[in-house]
Design a protein around this ligand. Sequence first.
Ligand code: GRF
Length: 224
Amino acid sequence: MASSVMNLNSAISDSTPTLVSPTVSPNLIATDSPVKLGIMASGNGSNFEALAQAIKDQQLNAQIQVLIYNNPGAKAAARAERWGVPSVLLNHREFKNREDLDRQIAQKLKQYDVELVVMAGWMRVVTQVLIDAFPNKLINIHPSLLPSFRGVGAVEQALEAGVKITGCTVHLVALDVDSGPILIQAAVPVLPSDTPETLHARIQVQEHRILPQALTLAVRINSH
Ligand code: GRF
C-alpha cells in the first residue's frame, strides 16, 4: 500500500514542474550529533515516513525518539511500529482543554529526550503551553504557500480560489493557526484537471522533499 502510493507520487512528480526555496544541504549538520526528534501526527503519517527514510538515507542527521498521535488507529502509529519507533497515544477527547493536552504532550516529549518537535499532520490547534516548552523548536508543515490558505482544507481553499500555483510550507510555530517564521516552501502548479486528491498528492511529494531540509535549517538556527 505504502509503496504503491510512493510509485504514484514519483510518477506524478516526474511530470510536474516545481520550485523549491533555496536548498539546504544535509552536510550543514554533518559533524553534529543527531538531533533528537519528536513527531506529532493525527492520521496517515507519510511525512513521518519521509523523515524516517531521509534519516536512513543520511539526508538528515537525526533520530526519531517518539511519535505522539491523538487518533486511535492512526496509520502513523503502524508506520512508527514498522520503523521501530515508540509511539504514544494522547487522545485529545480525554483531556478537558487544549492546555491540558499540550502539557501532557510536552511532558512526554521531554521524557523521551526530544530536542526538536515536528507537527507532521497534527490536526489540533496548539497552545502557548507547547510553544513555550519548545521555543523555536516546534515546527509545522502545511499544504499551501503560507500565508495563503491557513487552517483546515488548504488544498480545497486553493482550488476554490482558482490559484494556478500553490504548494507547501514548513515553518516555526507561533500562536495563530499556521503562522510563524517560514523555513522552506515549495511551489506546485495547479492543473486544470486537479481534484483535491490529485493536487494534495503532488503537494505531498514536495512536502516529503522539503521537510528534512527544513529540519536541518531549524537545527542550524538553534545552534547559533
Ligand atoms: C500534510 O499535507 C500536512 O501538510 C498537513 O497534513 C498532511 C499530513 O499528511 N498538515 P501525512 O499524515 O503526513 O501523510
